[in-house]
Each structure stands twice: as C-alpha cells, then as structure tokens.
Design a binder for this molecule. Structure first.
Ligand SMILES: O=C(O)COP(=O)(O)O
Ligand SMILES: [Mg+2]
Length: 235
C-alpha cells in the first residue's frame, strides 16, 4: 500500500475529475441550458475550468461568460433549473471512468478501508452515476454538495463522514483532483492525496501542496515484490 495509507482506516474520494471524467456530459447540459436562454454554447475546455464548486456556481460562471456580466436572479433560476433537467436526462452518455478506478476501489475495500464519496455535485446525481459504473457498493456513505450546510473546501462533509465511520481525522485521507479537495482535507486534519488529471481551474494541483500525488489510483496499491511474497508463503 502507498505510504500515506499507513494508519488510515477511512478514505474519502472526490467524484468529478477523480473517479469519473464527467466534463463532456456537464458541457452538453450547460450548453443546452444556455441555448434555452438564447445564449451561446461554451467550449468543453471552458466548462472544465468552471467545475469544482458545485452545479450552481458552474451555471453562474457559464452565464457570466456568455453575457459578460453576472446574471440576474431570474435568468440564473431559469438556467439552473434547465441545467439540472438536461444533466439528469443524460448524466452518463459521454462520461467515462478514469483508468484503475474500479481496481483500486475494489482492492482498497477488500483491504478493509472504509470508503466514502464526497462530491460538490448535487446529491441527486450520485446514485445514477455510481450505479451506471457499478461502484455503488464500495461506498459506506455518499455526500453531495447539497447534503450538508457546507461543501468543500469547508471541512464539514469530511468531518461528518469521519464521525459516521467512527474514526478520527488522523485515520483519514482525502483523495481528489482540485484545490477544494486539498483545502477541505487539510482543514479537516486528513492526509491529502491528489490526482493531476482532473479539473483544477487550469492550475497544477501541486500548487495546493497535497501530501502526495499519484498519476492513477492503482498507485495506491503498491504491489508486494515477488521475493517477499514467496517468503511470506514459506513462513
Ligand atoms: O460539481 C462540482 O463542481 C465538482 O464535483 P467534485 O467535488 O466531485 O469534483
Ligand atoms: Mg473533483
């Protein structure tokens, strides 16, 4: 196992940009929501840089880009409702799992770690996506951006998950792709592990100084060298 997992009992995973590459579907839903209001379609690259603070902020950023100024409350409400409808209609059409995700979740849960999911995405989307990819069974608890009074970068969802799992922060690790995951992890007293392939507003995740970085989640499962395994079997 990765050295950061020593002494850990609970691992909290971010969803978008960490387990799933969801931006293609998010971009379609944002584009349709803006088109419904007579506004232009943003590129997938723009949408990628707007993801991270939940769906409402994503829609607000998109409207601000399309109009050159912040939206009024009426426009925001219409576009946000449209976004939720469009995304709910097709949350998995273009979304893919990142390499190594199923293998890592399976091995970590087999190894006895308690796994939880903490996303800023609205909670109504979590189950359809996890079900689609066959990941639902791995998580003891799933929290969305609207599950509690505060979302990442606030530590509240992480501390709530630790309390539900009956562990202290020193026994927990937060795994994510964005500065909000790393900030929430540090504020909660969790170890922090970053993936560099996700969505971080166009910035390198190293700027957030996580405790570790891995390129794929299977790097969490450092294999036991053959020689040691043979010795273990002999003893
Ligand atoms: O919905 C978002 O903005 C990001 O979601 P995440 O917390 O799973 O990365
Ligand atoms: Mg993320």
């Amino acid at each position: 196992m990765h050295p950061l997992l020593r002494g850990k009992r609970m691992i909290a995973f971010d969803l978008d940009g960490t387990l799933i590459d969801s931006v293609p579907d998010l971009a379609v839903a944002v584009g349709r929501a803006l088109n419904d209001q007579g506004l232009a379609t943003p590129s997938v690259d723009k949408v990628r840089d707007w993801v991270g603070n939940g769906a409402a902020i994503l829609v607000e950023r998109a409207l601000t880009w399309a109009q050159g100024e912040a939206p009024d409350a009426g426009l925001f409400d219409r576009a946000y409702a449209a976004f939720l409808d469009h995304y709910a209609a097709a949350p998995n059409a273009l979304t893919t799992l990142y390499p190594g995700v199923s293998q890592a979740l399976n091995a970590l849960s087999q190894a006895g770690f308690m796994l939880v999911l903490i996303t800023n995405k609205p909670k109504r989307f979590i189950q359809p996506i996890l079900d689609h990819f066959g990941l639902q069974t791995y998580f003891m608890l799933c929290l969305g951006g609207d599950s509690l009074a505060e979302k990442k970068p606030a530590p509240l969802p992480l501390l709530h998950a630790a309390s539900v799992c009956g562990v202290v922060p020193a026994e927990c690790m937060m795994v994510g792709d964005s500065r909000h995951d790393i900030a929430a992890g540090k504020a909660a007293g969790f170890a922090t592990l970053a993936l560099p392939y996700g969505y971080n507003h166009g910035e390198p995740i190293a700027n957030s100084a996580p405790d570790g970085v891995v390129n794929v989640l299977t790097e969490l499962l450092t294999p036991v060298p053959h020689a040691t395994r043979a010795l273990d079997h002999d003893s």
